[in-house]
Design a protein around this ligand. Structure first.
Ligand SMILES: [Zn+2]
Length: 88
């Protein structure tokens, strides 16, 4: 970068004035009125465009986030360690 290309504080600021993050656009589910992300199925009733796409009656096992899984792994003893203890 050449000094000629350098912007002054005002120019930098006016550029960055457009860099702020905007909130997510939420709409209301027409069936249950809960907030829903656009183009995604409702997490409350499992419907998308009036059609059930996710069967929420049969609840799947709670999905562990990577952070939680890592924390559990750290606290629990490793399987390989357990096996070696049993043999002794
Ligand atoms: Zn819904």
């Amino acid at each position: 970068m050449v000094n000629r290309m350098r912007h002054n504080r005002s120019q930098r600021g006016s550029t960055r004035s457009h860099h702020a993050l905007k909130g997510i656009a939420l709409t209301k589910c027409p069936d249950c009125n809960s907030p829903v992300m656009r183009h995604q199925a409702c997490s409350n009733c499992g419907k998308y465009r009036g059609r059930v796409v996710i069967n929420l009656e049969k609840k799947p096992k709670a999905v562990k986030t990577a952070k939680v899984a890592k924390a559990e792994k750290a606290t629990k003893p490793k399987k390989s360690e357990k096996k070696t203890e049993d043999k002794k």
